[in-house]
Ligand binder design. Sequence first.
Ligand SMILES: [Fe+2]
Ligand SMILES: [Fe+2]
Length: 158
Amino acid sequence: MRRINKILKNDIFKNIIRNIEKAEKTRIYCGHGIEHLFDTARICYILDLEGKRIFDKEIIYAASMLHDIGRYEEYKNNIPHNEAGAKIACEILAECDFSETEINIIKEAILYHRKDKNENSLGNLLYKGDKLSRKCFCCNAEKECYWNNEIKNIEIKY
Ligand SMILES: [Fe+2]
Ligand SMILES: [Fe+2]
């Protein structure tokens, strides 16, 4: 997990997470701060272990840690966060010793984490872990949330 610890200490990463957490202080819906990133990473890792064990642990964690890194750009400049995030992630990953091939796999997963893409892709794993991480069962905004009842986690699986 050497490179994941490098991401956690990376200045670009730390600044953006701080900004996202500040921007979401009064948000009633799910947040996108460090807690959400860890929840997503750990669930994605469990899903992979329970499934086909396709991805390296560091790749799963890196994609999860960075999947919402574009949120601040979305709040500030209205750029879809998957698009903004894919770009920023490349910069951080390069600073944290990920190879070009690994960066491309993670970038693609971040770009598609909002859609349920083809089974067996990292984007699909991220999509599932991201959704499963939400604590709808104890959310005060559950009634107002746009998620349909089928995806809301009224009962937890992980
Ligand atoms: Fe997202
Ligand atoms: Fe997310």
